[in-house]
Design a protein around this ligand. Structure first.
Ligand code: CP3
Length: 350
């Protein structure tokens, strides 16, 4: 069920508010689109209320009707210019055979990790069916959105997924995962390969289900040396981008200022920037890309008047075209909802 470019253009025209897709493609917009990474989640009281009634985070992710409901919550509450499907990057390890747990106030944890070539024999390359619940959720969301705004699908980049599968959870240093790249490059490439194939199948299934744009999260990109990133991350990221010609793709390689030159040649429309990145410098080295970001999520703890001026200043520096307003990383759960609203309203009032 591959969408052809023609069909895709048609669907772009059908979407009422298509600023996101236009900006990504470099087409003219009246103002920049705005959405927030992690907009579906704990900033919203309705999310917390629903979540409290369930067995846990995974029930929410794995029940399409519930995932649909929380995907739409920020759309209704904040009027953002795009929805992002409620799921997690860790559904890919799970579909490959490595289950995760989401521990309250601690984050993800893998009861088993992979360390050796032998361990990889226990894993499989997942096909799109492995994450059928997210694809079903996408179909439900698309029907509910009724082409009012676009829906973003997503996955983790191979290096970031590798990091969780080897480390077994979050880490300040990811020293086990980074160490593996040096101690066992053969294992490392083989696991990257399996993750890449699984991710391509998953993202193609998301697109076939209705995702209008895909974002690839390389959250731990900044942990690697430029050389390790070139050897173990870029080739796999490139394969993912090359495999998805049907929709615009955004690459968010957090902290990877050292590889921006390489991202300029990547087959993707948009580059996501974190708050450490210099806006003017990025425009200079990524002249053909749409840029997304990059307000410090902590800026939203400031008084509203300051949020407003910071958001305006940010848009002024990026310019209104080929630009998608966002934070430099996911919104923090304790951010006041009215501060988020102030950020969104400021951009939409431009
Ligand atoms: O609104 C959205 O952005 C869509 C939903 C979304 C979630 N996770 C839901 C979630 C998205 C896009 C993600 C991506 C994700 N997950 C990333 C990449 C983006 C990033 O933040 O760097 C990463 C690294 C993960 C892995 C992950 N999931 C961690 C480290 C944690 C724990 C930290 C935290 O925020 O609690 C999660 C849990 C998670 N994923 C929650 C949500 C709403 C909170 C869990 C809960 O409600 O109990």
């Amino acid at each position: 069920m591959n969408t052809t470019i023609q069909e895709e253009n048609k669907s772009v025209q059908l979407i009422e508010n298509n600023r996101l897709l236009k900006a990504a493609k470099g087409e003219k917009v009246d103002r920049p689109p705005v959405w927030l990474m992690r907009q579906a989640g704990r900033i919203l009281p309705q999310y917390k209320a629903l979540r409290a009634k369930l067995s846990g985070f995974k029930e929410l992710v794995e029940t399409p009707e519930l995932a649909c409901e929380v995907t739409l919550q920020p759309v209704d509450e904040l009027g953002v210019d795009a929805a992002i499907i409620f799921s997690d990057i860790l559904v890919i390890p799970e579909a490959m055979g490595l289950t995760y747990e989401m521990i309250e106030k601690k984050g993800p944890s893998f009861p088993k990790t992979v360390q050796t070539l032998d361990d990889l024999k226990q894993l499989r390359v997942a096909d799109g069916d492995g994450v059928a619940y997210t694809c079903k959720a996408i179909q439900l969301v698309k029907a509910e959105l009724n082409n009012k705004i676009p829906l973003i699908g997503f996955a983790g980049a191979p290096w970031t997924i590798f990091a969780y599968m080897v480390e077994g959870g979050g880490s300040k240093t990811f020293s086990k995962a980074r160490g593996k790249l040096y101690s066992d490059p053969e294992f490392s490439h083989q696991l990257m390969e399996m993750i890449t194939e699984s991710t391509i199948a998953y993202l193609k299934a998301q697109i076939a289900s209705g995702a209008d744009l895909i974002q690839v999260f390389d959250s731990w990109a900044g942990m690697l040396t430029p050389k390790q990133y070139e050897i173990f991350a870029l080739p796999y990221l490139k394969r993912i981008c090359d495999a998805l010609p049907e929709v615009p793709v955004t690459v968010f390689a957090k902290g990877a200022y050292f590889t921006l030159n390489n991202l300029a040649d990547m087959n993707c429309q948009t580059i996501g920037l974190d708050w450490n990145m210099n806006i003017e410098h990025c425009r200079e080295i990524l002249p053909n890309k749409c840029l997304q970001g990059n307000l410090d999520p902590c800026q939203l703890y400031a008084p509203f008047s300051e949020i407003e001026s910071a958001a305006k200043e940010m848009v002024k520096r990026f310019g209104t075209q080929k630009y998608i307003a966002n934070l430099g990383h996911g919104v923090y759960p304790d951010t006041p909802l009215d501060a988020v609203r102030c950020f969104v309203d400021t951009v939409q009032g431009l």
